[in-house]
Write a protein that binds this ligand. Structure first.
Ligand SMILES: Cc1cc2nc3c(=O)[nH]c(=O)nc-3n(C[C@H](O)[C@H](O)[C@H](O)COP(=O)(O)OP(=O)(O)OC[C@H]3O[C@@H](n4cnc5c(N)ncnc54)[C@H](O)[C@@H]3O)c2cc1C
Ligand SMILES: NC(=O)c1ccc[n+]([C@@H]2O[C@H](COP(=O)([O-])OP(=O)(O)OC[C@H]3O[C@@H](n4cnc5c(N)ncnc54)[C@H](OP(=O)(O)O)[C@@H]3O)[C@@H](O)[C@H]2O)c1
Length: 530
């Protein structure tokens, strides 16, 4: 435990006094006071002017970066003995988080009514690393005065809307160090001024989405935690107003399907949780619509969240996964894919099955009647071509390969068929790519071990730091990747499962070795801590 953990940080009066003192010295440095949130929820991290060399710039402020902010706060707060680092006692870390969204939002395009978490709330931003942190989900409930009522829900799986609110609550503590509306476009290595050729820092270039202007921040360390970008595979066009990736569903569906009573025709593609949730939403909210869920396989399959299997998401499993023989690792990750990808929670599958079953009563149970059902799950389907529809105004025509006869026909030697679907909109729930770092780090490729080889991808070490060629990057600088290391660190990498512990490891990895900090106390840091 850090020494100041014993000090009276935990009384709100002493904190607000200390914070005000820190703030006074800060504001005189020319900081725009309007950016400072209310004192009630102010973390120990302080704003750093853009033109100062930063210790850390995080690209993206989603849950992965938020967990890092929380871990840094806990380290400064002294509530987490595992993060007791002398280097952090000298002066406040100069950090900034750059987020392209205008405010904190967690997959808001898929925030559908009733959608639940896929993971226990215990795997929040702090609990598994430091249950005494201020940032636990339970403390959030307590602060919001809902702790007792939440316990009556008798669940570990809150609705997504509540969990997003929890993360927004956490995020608002860090307003001072987060710049929203900043889209990072590249991360450039900078040579050391000493002339030894080593890279000593990085320049993070971002576009201010409000002004359109480019901004730069220099930093010793960069964390790239940009999440996934929508995968829109061929033949789906990327810029058609009626072909929408699931990640934008909530934003756009009511624009293109504005009348809930209209008999729209809508297709949904994919067999993961997103596709199933969208299909179910359309059924529930558009009672007169016809909806088709086109899936590659034979059936919607349940995600395996049984307890023995779930152990692959234990924080402690990352080590063995990383150290496993690469071929074996890739086999085991493939074997466990049905914990997360292309699968649906069992209760939603059961609900959808019941919805379809009710159509058997209302519209008939024969194969011919089934073809007329308003809501259908169509197995063994693959969209081969997308055109503008000649029959649905402003709509699209899907050409679909139908392999279901090969699997389901009673006749011998059945052949695959084809179908044409004319729809008002298609929602493409085909998952995400997690490779933005490859684009952002383009200007650093000459630093790859072996040089800039065609098709080479960035590799990370166990602590998520990018593997640069020996002696090309100074020891007190580097780039870390979060959420795109599944192939080396395992299936928990893209999820919330290990964020709290991983963020602690990141803080240690980045700040644990910087023992030679200058100890400047420009922000009244001592007052804040004592
Ligand atoms: C609908 C949905 C629900 C999910 N539910 C669960 C769940 O219940 N449990 C679970 O464990 N996992 C869930 N996941 C998985 C999800 O990956 C994690 O919950 C979590 O969002 C990962 O956090 P992250 O910070 O790595 O990525 P993200 O949440 O994607 O955050 C990345 C952030 O970086 C920002 N960004 C991207 N590019 C840039 C750029 N160039 N410049 C600046 N900012 C940028 C993005 O705007 C975003 O805010 C869900 C995923 C989806 C799509
Ligand atoms: N309520 C929630 O908490 C919630 C809601 C939604 C999503 N999520 C999470 O978000 C993550 C992503 O889920 P997701 O459903 O968006 O994506 P996903 O699990 O990656 O599923 C994408 C699906 O699209 C299919 N697909 C890919 N390319 C295709 C193509 N060309 N044609 C037809 N199908 C194609 C994939 O099939 P193959 O697998 O065969 O490639 C897969 O079934 C998961 O972690 C999930 O748990 C959570």
């Amino acid at each position: 435990m850090t020494p100041h953990a014993d000090s009276p940080m935990d009384t709100s009066d002493s904190r607000s006094l200390a914070v005000q003192e820190a703030f006074t010295s800060f504001a005189t440095n020319g900081f725009d006071e309007t950016h400072i949130p209310g004192f009630g929820n102010r973390s120990h991290l302080r704003y750093t002017p853009e033109d100062e060399l930063h210790d850390l710039v995080c690209v993206g402020f989603g849950p992965a970066s938020l967990a890092i902010a929380v871990a840094l706060h806990d380290a400064l707060d002294g509530t987490d003995p595992s993060l007791d680092m002398p280097s952090l006692q000298n002066r406040p870390p100069r950090v900034a988080f750059l987020e392209k969204q205008p405010q904190f939002a967690w997959h808001a395009g898929m925030l559908l009514p009733g959608a639940r978490m896929q993971i226990t709330f215990m795997k929040d931003m702090a609990t598994l690393r430091n249950p005494r942190s201020e940032f636990t989900f339970l403390n959030y409930l307590f602060q919001k005065d809902r702790l007792v009522e939440f316990t009556n829900l008798n669940t570990f799986l809150p609705q997504r809307v509540e969990y997003e609110d929890y993360m927004k609550w956490c995020a608002c503590w860090f307003e001072e160090v987060v710049q929203y509306d900043q889209e990072v476009v590249k991360v450039m290595p900078e040579r050391s001024p000493s002339g030894d050729g080593e890279i000593a820092s990085f320049t993070v270039v971002s576009q201010n989405l409000q002004t359109g202007k480019m901004e730069t921040r220099r930093t010793k360390h960069v964390v790239i935690a940009a999440g996934g970008r929508p995968n829109l595979p061929p033949p789906f066009p990327s810029n058609h107003p009626k072909v929408i990736h699931s990640s934008k569903f909530s934003y756009i569906s009511t624009e293109i399907l504005p009348d809930f009573q209209r008999p729209y025709n809508v297709a949904v593609v994919g067999n993961g949780q997103s596709a199933a949730e969208i299909f179910d939403f359309l059924h529930a909210h558009y009672p007169n619509a016809r909806t088709w869920l086109l899936i590659k396989g034979g059936a919607l399959r349940p995600s395996d969240d049984s307890p023995f299997v779930n152990e692959i998401f234990n924080p402690g499993r990352v080590e063995s996964t990383f150290n496993r023989d690469p071929e074996l690792r890739s086999c085991t990750i493939k074997e466990d894919r049905n914990t997360n990808y292309g699968v649906v929670r069992l209760n939603l599958i059961e609900h959808i099955y019941e919805t379809l079953y009710l159509q058997r009563i209302r519209y008939g149970n024969s194969p011919e009647a089934e073809e007329q059902w308003p809501h259908r799950v169509m197995p063994h389907r693959c969209v081969t071509e997308v055109q503008d529809s000649p029959v649905v105004k402003g709509g699209i025509r899907l050409f679909v390969r139908d392999q279901s006869p090969l699997y389901l026909s009673d006749a011998p030697n059945a052949q695959e068929g084809s179908e044409i679907l004319d729809v008002d909109a298609v929602f493409v729930a085909t998952g995400y790519h997690r490779d933005l770092h490859e684009t952002l780090l383009k200007d650093a490729r000459h630093l790859m071990p072996g040089g800039d080889l065609k098709d080479a991808k960035w590799q990370v070490q166990r602590d998520y730091s990018v593997h640069f060629a020996d002696k090309h990057v100074s020891e007190d600088a580097g780039v870390w990747l979060q959420g795109c290391c599944e192939s080396t660190h395992g299936l928990s990498d893209t999820l919330l499962s290990i964020l709290a512990t991983r963020a602690g490891q990141m803080v240690k990895s980045i700040f644990g070795k910087s023992g030679d900090w200058d100890g400047i106390d420009a922000l009244g840091y001592e007052e804040l801590r004592n």
